[in-house]
Design a protein around this ligand. Structure first.
Ligand code: ACO
Length: 383
């Protein structure tokens, strides 16, 4: 009983106007506000990219300095939210912990009840810093360690590594991590960003409820799924399960024979290799050489060749394929891989939330109703 055309999974449906991110899935091109992702990866920093996504222009030095200071100051998490994180069972998945804590931050933000545009931007900047603090703090708390306060003179990337491991990061590791954050920062109407925009669209500027925190909470929930951001963790789990280069063929044969998906491959939009995967491939290779363990990288390359040989479909590595080996080489726990995605994508979610609220219309599509046309209500005694 369709009122309009139905497209399963909204494939190919345009659901928003946006000036933030563009993807040409056939050419393998990704831009943030017109700048190619390769250029940003080479020349920018995560802080500059966040500013660019949120405000729409590349900052002048003074603007960037002020933004970095605001971001660093905002990265502190209120004691009450840290107490909540401490109260969670140690077995809580880091993505569940992050979602819960980000939701709670909405109650303690100094602009909590202010949904003006200026307040939304202030809240967005604070959240960008706080997601990293929460991610590393939860990892330490569940290990029985005390969280480490982020340093005000550090970048988000430096603070991630410092507050996770408890020691000053090597500059080259911090730069690799910084570029990883740039690569994950935005990706048009991916599932989590769309979820965030749908939530934001139900608010008005007079709502008296933090639209920004509601959107971020919903987006984190959507990102956790293995078909979306959760795939990076699954890729590393797959590599560990395979265990050795010699075991790759049999493992991939088995997946295809059982019509199972290879994690880290395929994409709704790309019909060629994801340009972010190309940059991450080079990092996985370099880190393998630097750490004297190229096994994960070699396994990744072998899997890529096998997948390509086994299918005629346009299934190429996506952003989650090589990032697993990169984060693993940096001694990041496997279940923190998807939260890293959130530490970065929070910038894109916030840019989209602010954009949605500036030109808002409730996002409310239709369903193609498949149920009975009419059914009589049957009293309990007659069922
Ligand atoms: N391995 C094997 N086959 C695949 C894969 C894969 N990773 N991805 C797609 N295919 C096949 C499907 O089986 C399907 O074949 P069919 O037409 O014979 O049924 C065809 O390619 C199309 O796949 P769909 O799942 O219908 O494509 P869709 O656009 O809905 O899904 C998705 C995209 C969810 C990313 C899918 O490719 C997938 O599940 N990949 C594995 C999980 C993953 O890596 N997710 C991260 C995506 S990137 C991100 O969100 C950050």
């Amino acid at each position: 009983m369709a009122n309009a055309d139905f497209v399963k999974g909204l494939e190919g449906v345009i659901a928003a106007e946006s000036s933030i991110c563009f993807i040409d899935g056939h050419a393998g091109r990704l831009t943030y506000r017109g700048i190619d992702i390769q250029d940003l990866a080479e020349h920018s920093t995560f802080e500059e990219t966040c500013y660019f996504l949120l405000f729409g222009n590349l900052p002048k030095q003074a603007e960037l300095d002020a933004f970095k200071a605001e971001l660093a100051a905002g990265s502190v998490v209120p004691d009450e939210v840290m107490a909540l994180v401490r109260s969670l069972p140690k077995e809580t998945t880091p993505m569940d912990a992050l979602r819960t804590a980000v939701s709670a931050l909405g109650s303690y933000d100094p602009d909590a009840l202010d949904n003006s545009d200026a307040a939304n931007v202030r809240k967005a900047v604070r959240l960008i810093g706080q997601v990293t603090t929460l991610t590393t703090s939860f990892d330490r708390i569940r290990k029985g360690l005390d969280p480490i306060a982020p340093r005000q003179d550090y970048t988000v990337a430096e603070n991630f590594l410092y507050t996770l491991h408890g020691e000053a990061p090597h500059p080259s590791s911090a730069r690799v991590f910084d570029v990883c954050l740039i690569l994950h920062a935005d990706h048009e109407l991916n599932a989590s960003t769309f979820a965030g925009r749908v939530i934001a669209s139900t608010f008005t500027n007079e709502s008296g409820v933090s639209a920004v925190h509601a959107a971020a909470t919903g987006a984190i929930g959507a990102l956790a799924g293995p078909l979306h951001g959760g795939a990076n963790q699954r890729v590393m789990e797959m590599l560990l399960k395979i265990g050795d280069l010699d075991a790759v063929d049999a493992f991939i044969d088995d997946l295809f024979a059982n019509k199972k998906k290879v994690m880290g491959f395929g994409h709704r939009v790309y019909r060629t290799i994801d340009p972010r995967a190309t940059v991450l491939r080079s990092f996985a290779k370099k880190l393998g050489e630097d750490t004297g363990n190229s096994k994960w990288f070699e396994m990744c390359e072998k899997i890529e060749k096998l997948v390509s040989a086994k299918t005629s479909k346009p299934i190429y590595p996506n952003v989650d394929f090589f990032s697993g080996a990169v984060f693993y080489s940096m001694n990041v726990p496997i279940d923190i891989f998807t939260p890293i995605f959130a530490c970065s994508r929070i910038s894109g979610w916030m840019a989209h939330t602010v954009e949605q609220l500036r030109n808002n219309r409730l996002i409310r599509p239709l369903a193609d109703y498949q149920g009975l046309e009419k059914m009589e209500y049957m009293p309990m005694a007659e069922r």
